[in-house]
Design a protein around this ligand. Structure first.
Ligand code: SAH
Ligand code: SF4
Ligand code: F3S
Length: 477
């Protein structure tokens, strides 16, 4: 099966690198960019590519011919960081043969590991945090003049609103649009508020303009990105004070509606919703517009209220189930996915079982599942003991994964016989005769290519399924 973008959101390392067409002018230097972690990091890499190609760099898919190697890193779990270290060691071997090679770390490992990466392990020449990408051309110059270069300052304002991202890696059909940065939630297990700083929303005009430009370039799906999209707000402070009385206030529901109105043939997705903030307004806008996909990612993390409290998630099991009921009532066709953490500090067997029962009660269509990995500086690291043995964490993860495999299979089985509108994203990797895309519910669907091409919408009647994919035949009008 094709790896969907959503599969690469959480933790799995995927490379983003591309050959861009000839640039306005060239400085003769080649940039190799590699991204790890969530969609936000992938979206940021496109901003980095834009900033550096404006300065004359061209990008390459081949690390061996690069003058500058930048790794956009993730800190969410320990193994994410370990993967980056291994890769950095490999690139350092190359530097022995080519001492002018510049190696840099961007993204979420920057702030936490700058000293260690630059000074102790001497793995990199340059470290830039998520809010300092405009400074990259200067930082690279500093390195070329023989110094180590660091900028990990986090900003309260930076949203890169005016930068038009260079689209990397996508097939020209789907694209990400960052609508906000940072996170103020302080879930006790999570490192993101430390690596990405305070939450701030981007000007809605620049978001709508970006969506409209993408549509004109042939894109047919945009995913609006933020760590907690439900708390998107423009022209109003966190305390509820209006900033400019002559301008309208824009909430996430308003923003989604504006983007949906760009064109009925532009599909809208968004990630991530937070159960404590997801209000019915958002669901009503989803129900109103056919081009807003019937898919909602609503991470629960645990099915037990005590554990949720320790996680500082701001909701109970009952509140979460109330939100699920609202989704099912307002958008009956919606697919629902989640994130789950097993073996959080002090989690008992009973509490773990609550996660399993919640999963069955919701009947998730899809889930991203992890075992707890303690992260430095987080509330959990400071307040609770990471006391669940690794074997238990993994056993619980296995149980959660087994249950989800059954639920996903059951969900896809229900699709058989139904017809879905699928947006074609590309030619199947397994066969030139087949194309793949996703239905509104975000399930990858494969069918015969015929004369179809990426970017086409096709109604597909489902004939077969696995836990991860649907197969079907095109229904001709
Ligand atoms: N902003 C999103 C999630 C971002 S991180 C949200 O609030 O839902 C993506 C997922 O990684 C989280 O939902 C969580 O399930 C997982 N995760 C975060 N920190 C983790 C940790 N310390 N150990 C294991 N999984 C973690
Ligand atoms: Fe992390 Fe919680 Fe913010 Fe998500 S909402 S990024 S889990 S602190
Ligand atoms: Fe990782 Fe940073 Fe995203 S820690 S999950 S890349 S916000």
């Amino acid at each position: 099966m094709e790896k969907t973008i959503d599969e690469s959101i959480q933790g799995s390392a995927t490379m983003l690198n591309t050959n861009l067409a000839a640039e306005k002018f060239s400085n003769g230097k080649k940039l190799y960019l590699e991204s790890y972690g969530c969609q936000m990091n992938f979206s940021d890499s496109e901003i980095v590519a834009s900033i550096l190609t404006d300065k004359g760099f061209s990008t390459t898919r081949n690390a061996e011919e690069a003058d500058v190697i930048l790794m956009n890193t993730c800190s969410i779990r320990e193994n994410a960081e370990q993967r980056v270290r291994n890769k950095l060691s490999q690139y350092n071997k190359r530097k022995k043969q080519n001492p002018s090679l510049v190696i840099g770390v961007l993204g979420c490992m920057a702030e936490r590991l700058k000293d260690s990466l630059l000074e102790q392990e001497k793995l990199v020449d340059l470290v830039a945090g998520p809010d300092s990408y405009r400074d990259l051309p200067n930082l690279i110059e500093e390195v070329e003049s023989g110094q180590k270069a660091v900028n990990v300052l986090l900003s309260r304002e930076e949203t890169y609103a005016d930068i038009s991202p260079v689209r990397l890696g996508s097939g020209g059909v789907t694209a990400f649009i960052s609508i906000m940065r940072g996170c103020d939630n302080m879930c006790s297990f999570c490192v993101v508020p430390f690596t990405r700083g305070r939450e701030r929303s981007r000007d809605p005009k620049s978001i709508v303009q970006e969506a409209s430009d993408l549509f004109d370039q042939g894109y047919r799906e945009v995913t609006l990105l933020g760590q907690n999209v439900d708390s998107y707000k423009w022209n109003i402070t966190k305390k509820g004070e209006i900033i400019n009385p002559d301008e309208p206030v824009v909430t996430f529901a308003n923003l989604m509606e504006k983007v949906a109105l760009v064109n009925p043939d532009l599909r809208i997705r968004f990630s991530t919703s937070h159960p404590k903030d997801m209000i019915d307004d958002v669901l009503h806008v989803m129900a109103k517009y056919e081009n807003i996909c019937d898919y909602i990612h609503l991470p629960v993390q645990s099915g037990n209220t005590e554990v949720l409290k320790k996680m500082n998630r701001g909701y109970t099991r009952e509140w979460y189930m109330n939100r699920i009921d609202a989704i099912k009532r307002i958008i009956p066709e919606a697919a629902i996915s989640t994130d789950i953490i097993t073996g959080f500090c002090g989690e008992t067997d009973e509490q773990h079982k609550d996660t399993l029962t919640l999963m069955s009660e919701v009947g998730y269509d899809f889930a991203y599942m992890f075992f707890y990995s303690e992260r430095p500086k987080t509330l959990a690291e400071r307040k609770f003991e990471d006391d669940i043995p690794e074997a238990t964490k993994k056993q619980r993860l296995y149980e959660v994964q087994e249950l989800q495999a059954e639920l996903s299979l059951a969900s896809n089985k229900k699709a058989v016989g139904k017809t879905y509108k699928v947006l074609i994203e590309g030619i199947s990797k397994r066969s030139d005769e087949e194309v793949y895309g996703r239905n509104s519910q975000n399930v990858t669907t494969i069918f015969a290519k015929d004369d179809y091409k990426p970017g086409d919408y096709v109604n597909v009647k489902i004939t077969d399924y696995t836990s991860a994919t649907l197969r079907g035949i095109a229904v001709k009008a």
